[in-house]
Design a protein around this ligand. Structure first.
Ligand code: ZN
Length: 495
């Protein structure tokens, strides 16, 4: 039995208890119970000995409870939110700048006011959490002077539009927050106001409104809510080690939406591809998904027969609707529109030597300063996953990894002991394929993202990296940084 909280109400009830951290085994019940009692007595003693220790306040949101409501933008003092339903959740959206990516099922015009507090208030010992306005005012009076005037002044922020007269619901929500960067805390409550209160709001009479709120005639029940940040900044930065860069505001071009490309695109969106006003995340692939693919693809049967690129757009946009993801059903070698804006970063997940070389050649023609490109592929029949980054036009390109021409072309840093065994398997109707297991594709995507992470942080490390799956069929080689080849036709020709 684990007790994560040291706050115990006068009734003996635990304010916040996380059952997921509780391991229950009936055969040891008595021992556990004795342990719990001992622990509770320890907590009570500590509370009595050191009433100033307020570490338990870190669990405030847990004590407060309430139903979840999601903040589409970070709260700031005085911000007014509207409540919308979207994706089966209740969202609070900034009433001054609605997120263009949100397509709500309804636009409830309940107003919610955000109020910054200097500290998270201590729960009171009686009637807590409060269930009506009366109890709320009693609790607030523990930490502020004239709480009724405090609420009245917040309500007076409402700007009534003439049109809205009589059409809006009479519910008002409050988001209280303490945005201490170490442990930001939020709690919300909502109550219904009466016609009389609304009238006083319209008349802008602060004192009269305060008196009305305090009067015994106004004591609506309050609903508790537990606000959770769900804004893009929070979504993309919450779990990153300090100082890690994201893909915010960049144009990311991903070529290929196959096995590697599916998992890659998922990781790129987690890092923020498509996030921000200037951002764009384009995935280009001319192929449709087929049943042969789904055994090792991010997408499933629903997407079979449809464009891989467009289906990835659907899938990723459904998971993170604030991202600007665009799937282009075309070949990158034919449709140059994806280059009408110069990509900040290109990721080539086609896994094809021919396409990789053709893309390098195309970039040489299109751009004076070639953008960074990361190529990922699978060696032979799942021998290894590999990734190669060309950070700038000055560095070795994908073509530089090869020597010789046409059928005699050989890798300069060959990993495979027997490249002739690495040819594709031929299947009927001119279909050929490389057998490999899904984890090899995931690893190729991982290596690409690892190189991307290094690039964003300003240190690429070795530019040609690999992870070997079949040791017996591969040379024991280290990651390396190939030199530019002086016979490379791409690096040694003018534009
Ligand atoms: Zn080259």
């Amino acid at each position: 039995m684990f007790l994560g909280s040291r706050h115990i109400e006068p009734t003996g009830r635990l304010c916040f208890y996380d059952p997921s951290r509780d391991v229950w085994d009936a055969t040891t019940a008595i021992r556990h119970l004795a342990g719990v009692i001992q622990k509770i007595s320890g907590i009570l003693n500590t509370n009595v000995d050191d009433p100033e220790d307020e570490t338990w306040l870190q669990d405030f949101q847990g004590y407060w409870g309430g139903s979840k409501v999601y903040l589409a933008s970070r709260p700031s003092n005085g911000k007014i939110y509207n409540l919308w339903n979207f994706k089966d959740k209740k969202w609070l959206v900034d009433s001054q700048s609605f997120p263009e990516w949100m397509h709500p099922d309804n636009k409830d015009i309940d107003r919610w006011y955000s109020v910054k507090l200097a500290n998270i208030p201590k729960p009171s010992t009686e009637n807590w959490p409060p269930s009506n306005i009366r109890e709320t005012l009693v609790w607030f009076s523990d930490f502020m002077w004239k709480p009724e005037m405090f609420l009245a002044n917040i309500l007076l922020r409402e700007r009534f539009k003439k049109k809205e007269k009589g059409t809006h619901t009479l519910r008002k929500g409050f988001i209280f927050f303490d945005d201490n960067p170490d442990s930001p805390q939020y709690f919300s409550l909502r109550f219904e106001i009466t016609k009389t209160i609304e009238q006083a709001m319209r008349q802008k009479r602060a004192k009269g409104l305060g008196n009305l709120i305090k009067s015994g005639y106004f004591n609506p029940k309050i609903d508790a809510f537990n606000p959770q940040r769900a804004d893009p900044q929070y979504v993309h930065s919450r779990n990153l080690p300090a100082g890690t860069k994201t893909l915010k505001d960049l144009y990311i071009l991903q070529i290929g939406a196959g096995a590697i490309g599916g998992y890659l695109s998922q990781q790129l969106t987690a890092l923020g591809a498509g996030w921000g006003k200037k951002a764009k995340f384009t995935i280009i692939d001319h192929d449709n998904l087929s049943t042969e693919n789904i055994g090792r693809h991010l997408l499933g049967i629903e997407s079979v027969g449809k464009s891989k690129a467009k289906e990835l757009e659907e899938y990723l946009s459904a998971s993170m609707p604030h991202l600007k993801v665009e799937g282009v059903n075309a070949s990158v070698l034919r449709d140059k529109s994806v280059f009408s804006r110069k990509p900040d970063i290109i990721l080539n997940a086609t896994g094809s030597e021919e396409v990789s070389i053709a893309v390098e050649l195309l970039l040489r023609k299109l751009f004076e300063n070639r953008p960074v490109i990361i190529h990922g592929w699978i060696l032979g029949h799942g021998l290894a996953a590999q990734s190669f980054i060309r950070p700038s036009g000055e560095d070795a390109c994908f073509m530089c990894l090869w020597e010789g021409e046409g059928g005699k072309r050989k890798r300069r840093h060959e990993l495979s002991k027997s490249p002739k065994d690495d040819l594709p398997v031929f299947a009927p109707c001119h279909h050929s394929f490389y057998p490999f297991i899904v984890n090899v594709a995931v690893m190729a995507a991982n290596l690409m993202v690892e190189q991307l992470r290094g690039y964003l942080q300003g240190s690429t490390g070795e530019t040609l990296i690999h992870y070997i799956f079949q040791r017996d069929k591969c040379f024991n080689r280290s990651n390396t940084t190939p030199e530019k080849s002086n016979t490379c036709p791409i690096c040694n020709q003018g534009r």
